[in-house]
Design a protein. Sequence first.
Lengths: 186, 481
Amino acid sequence: MDQNKLLNDCLRHKASAQRELYEHFAHSMLGLCYRYTKSMADAEDVLQEGFIKVFKNLHQFNGTGELGAWIRKIMVNTAINYLKSESRYQYDLSFAEKNLHPVSDDNPELILNAKELADLIRQLPTGYQMIFNMHAVEGYTHVEIGKILGVHEGTSKSQYARARALLITWISRNTLDNKTDMYARK
Amino acid sequence: MRENEFEKQVREKMDHLGFDPRDTVWTAVDKEINKEKKRRIPLFWLFFLPALLMAGGAYYLIEHKGSPDAIAKNLQQPELNKNQISQPEPKSEKKDKKTEELIDKNIKPEENSTIQTSQRNSQRKSSAESKKSAVANKKTPSGSIDKKQSGEYRQNSIPEKGDDIVIENYNHKSTQSETGNPNKNVLDSTAGKVIAGLAVNNSVLDSSAGKAIAGITANKNVKKDSVSESAAAKNKNQKTKSSTWQFGITGGAGISNINQGLFSSVKTLNITTAANAAAYPPAPANPTTYSSSEIKPGFSFETGAYVQRNLSRRISLSAGLNYHYYSAKIKTGDKGNAALYSPYNTTSFTGNTFYQNGNVQTFTEQYHLIEIPVSANLQLNKSSRVPFIWEVGLSLGYIVSSNALYYDPNANIYIANYQQPNRMQVNAATALMIGFHLHKNEMQVGPQLQYGLTGLLNTNDGNPGHLFYGGLKISYILPKK
């Protein structure tokens, strides 16, 4: 894919180029949206909104960085806005220190596949899920997360630590269950 | 395993996470982005149609100013009706002699009455109606002209080849003034009568116009009734939608001038038209040619309020109500205050102030207008933070008052208190605005040009004078409640 040509054609509103750009990124971006939401339908809604933003703001892409990274950023922002606006995500979106979870520094070996790991991430409370995705996967710093979500840097750090601990517990349990199943089958 | 090893593993795993979306996602995306694309064609026409109309209007006005039809139209206008000057035939020596005869006759003080060039009837195609009209005017006091008569005036004032030259109230005296200026003219008391006649004509016209307006309004009401049901249904639907109306205040300041073309300044506003120039007595044996001072730009400002309706993200229509002050400067001589009279009977004086031609002082001509601007606004870029907006439109203006000076080249003076002939002005306006947000409210600022499509004078010498304004415009969109 010649990125510049594709971009120019998209800016000229060439339908085939728009379709090509969409097809090139839709697969991985739906994975991203899947991690932030609780259902595939919501993930597709975010993907749809995100791509509309991408095509409407494509002229703002200066071409210096990776197009994929730029689209990814738009998708993350769209997902955050979506979660904030949808009432069904409100109940556990609060970043207040209500649910205390143990903090763990363990680094378990991940023998889960991507889908299984994503499904575990999606089981986290929405606030934890969001911060975990932003920091662990997207690589945002806690300062950046604090600015984006409008929370204190410390809150982001503590929420992340608890999300991480919870996830590690689930991963360990899941791994143990998998091993038990494997031995049982043997 | 180091602490961030877990994050690294998660990132690697998640990089490979992907799903194929359903086709409905692309369909929805495609539909949304093509909606914008499909809008473009009507938006283009919506924006350029007013521009085309404006260009057409300007072309029409420019092209038809000097045509015979335009002259006929000018002569049909009440102001010239008052003067009762028919279109003369081209000048000839023979004619000039006769005109001289007429003037000689008219100079006699006891003959304070109509002069008809009936002597030429044998040589020309006679116009019975014009004669009749002239006689009627002679007999009837100017203040008691009825509708029928005014109608006749209009008819008679349309020039035909070979028509009589009828010059009423022509009481010209080319006398030397006390100051010794041989070209100073003196106002005759009959001018007042003519003005009175004019006033009556105007009122007659106004009343008929009023009826016409009433008729139009009535028609509108009928139409309104017929569509009221559908409109009501539409309103119901609209109420459910969020309002796209915005209100704002606007202002601007810059320079104004009286232009001949869009960017060419007028030297002077000359009250002599081709029609009355012919009626003017022949030049003296040793004619002196005078030239006036040039009109220079002056300060101008405008202020008003407007309402704007967004048709889409990038197109909007707006209409408003503005007060606009125009000014221009001209060098004059000393101010005079004497009894003036118009040799043409075309001017309508309401005072007796004049300024001599010269370079003694700078006079500021002022025009106070109330304007109703209507414009189409197109956002040229897609940025919502810093939008570039091109405005194009028309404004209907009315000259509420003016102290403009009009040059009389024969008397070599500037006449003050000259009754503004074209009070109603149609202006073309365009502006390039840049928007920015100030405390969550939007402001726009940019250069603006405005040019009067309507001339200030009803002249067919190609120089009626057009109001021109160029300045900086500022608009402030009031926040929605």
